[in-house]
Ligand binder design. Sequence first.
Ligand SMILES: NC(=O)c1ccc[n+]([C@@H]2O[C@H](COP(=O)([O-])OP(=O)(O)OC[C@H]3O[C@@H](n4cnc5c(N)ncnc54)[C@H](O)[C@@H]3O)[C@@H](O)[C@H]2O)c1
Length: 716
Amino acid sequence: MLYQGENLKVALESDGIAVLTFDAPGSVNKFDRQTLSELDAALDAISASQGVKALVLASGKDTFIVGADITEFLETFKLPEPELLAWVQKANAIFSKLEDLPFPTVSAVNGFALGGGCECILATDIRVADATAKIGLPEVKLGLIPGFGGTVRLPRVIGADNAMELITTGKDNRADAALKVGLVDAVVAPEKLFEAALTMASSAIAGKLDWQARRADKQSALKLDKLEAGMSFATATAMVAAQAGKHYPAPMTAVKGIEAAARMGRDEALAIEHQGFIKLAKTDVATALIGIFLNDQLIKGKAKKAGKAAHAIDKAAVLGAGIMGGGIAYQSASTGTPIIMKDINDKALHLGLSEASKLLNKQLERGKINGAKMAGVLNNIVPSLSYDSVKDVNIVVEAVVENPKVKASVLAEVEGVVGQDAIITSNTSTISINQLAQSLKKPERFCGMHFFNPVHRMPLVEVIRGEHTSDETVATVVAYAAKMGKSPIVVNDCPGFFVNRVLFPYFQGFSLLVRDGADFQAVDKVMEKQFGWPMGPAYLLDVVGIDTGHHAQAVMAEGFPTRMSKTDKDAIDVMFENQRFGQKNGKGFYVYTEDKRGKPKKEATAESYELLKAVVKAQGEFSPDEIINRTMLPMIIETVRCLEEGIINSPAEADMGLVYGLGFPPFRGGVFRYIDTVGLDKIVAIADQYAHLGELYQVTDTMREMAASGKTYYGQ
Ligand SMILES: NC(=O)c1ccc[n+]([C@@H]2O[C@H](COP(=O)([O-])OP(=O)(O)OC[C@H]3O[C@@H](n4cnc5c(N)ncnc54)[C@H](O)[C@@H]3O)[C@@H](O)[C@H]2O)c1
């Protein structure tokens, strides 16, 4: 043994080939501080030993290296810039040391080689992968660029165009695609991988593979003439500007860095990468995106834990085959849980099934599934008009019309049919879970399971715990949601639960702006382009449905009369009274038509403005900041209230609820991350300026206390 660390070891094979095996104690290998320093020491041990003629890197696990240890990022990135630079330089010196070894180096890649894992194999001369390999540089997804030489070595190995595409999208390549672009030199069956790597190493030792030339390419300028370079970088710049947009600076930093370093040798080029990396590491965007990654891990961890306390779910039922019921049936069936879809209306069942087929057909066309999988999923959705078929299910999701009386009777009916251990849930968006529980004999087996529309696309499921709901019930519903590929967050019962409770104050902020003279289109534009929402409030109301919004608003007003009830008619009332229900009937704030290609098109017409005159009380001009403050403050303060009242468990879960349930701009990380970024003291000061607008703008005492003592929600 040449070296033995905790996470990796080096052994010398008889023919002079040293084998460095990454094999950390956990389930995967990653580049944490410990592994990096062990790699450094191992390389020194290899250099110092006589008789090494080649080095092979391999993994002792079923995946190579998943990347850097992201849990260390936020702490590390807080270092002052010179220290951060020293950290990056030190890490890079290790990869350059690997690249500079005086004999050929080969990587044997299985499973994931992402981020630092990919950069590590790029530092070797030859790369052989097995069919399970997935190789890529996903750093932009965290608001970063590769920091261990990825932007330098990758373009020199696979060409600038390919490299820029891989780095700016963050997508990983399967083995065959990696082979096609030259990211790996060979792909073999998993059981042949190690042997193939040894053979390659022997060939290189014997001089049959010109490893020196490959290495020299990586260490010199990019092979692009001036004209080619001009074209490549101009195209990439335009593409990234259009796709990533101004809120996500990392992809552009990557392109600009690769361009600036194009004529440089390795070490100079690395210095450019370091600068770009450090600049990004210090941005709020990187903090927010890394925060989302960590919060997502937390939710996954909780779901995994819930899985251990959960009942088995082998068969489910959904009551109601409407928009939501159909979506829930599709999602359950396509993730492996057969489901009975029950309705009282035959037509609805047909519609539900045809929606599922449409979704599956799209995937079939894209080659994501085959015919057998499609048939399997469709067979897993069993339409029914009778309760008989529901008898033996483990879980029921009620998704009938949003009417408390109908729901109460449907819930009581189904409880009489299912077995003693079956769990019953409701997908209601507004009705109190505690109220619905009153119609059940065993309320402990009941909770809310709130999906978002469209079900197949929206990642969030709110699991709403009622006062009688048992822990076992919550655990089982969380596990079922996770099995469906969703991110469940557990919340306590209150009007609107968590997501709608904080959404409606935002709509109210919007209505007040319209009242005071703001143009709804201008508000949408600021909230989309500047704040970063996928849709501004007027557009979102049209998509949700003005009738649905109007109804939910009334429920919220009843639940929180002092903050959310209104004395005057507002913009939503105007649309509702004029039967402008939004996208569903072709007109709301906007008018919806189809363009020549049949794509939905939205347009603001004079009619909306004319109707809104009934509620406009002033002629105000609002700056983008005012628009953002007046719409966001009610959402922010209500979110804080939900935390203070224990409706949500943590800032992390709240932020994920907002990002996954509403599309809160990921680069802002969620409400709590946003507060921490702006500063709670500033938020309080701004809110105080708007306090005259009503209770929705008045901060809580705890917010004031926390602001005064400089506390943050994430404590970082
Ligand atoms: N649409 C959304 O955006 C959305 C989002 C989240 C939650 N929800 C909630 O999901 C539920 C369903 O909403 P939807 O938009 O799918 O409504 P929908 O009107 O599209 O579908 C309701 C279905 O329930 C059926 N139904 C009525 N009474 C029934 C009964 N006794 N037994 C079985 N089926 C019955 C109807 O025939 C209809 O097919 C509601 O509680 C709603 O609040 C809706």
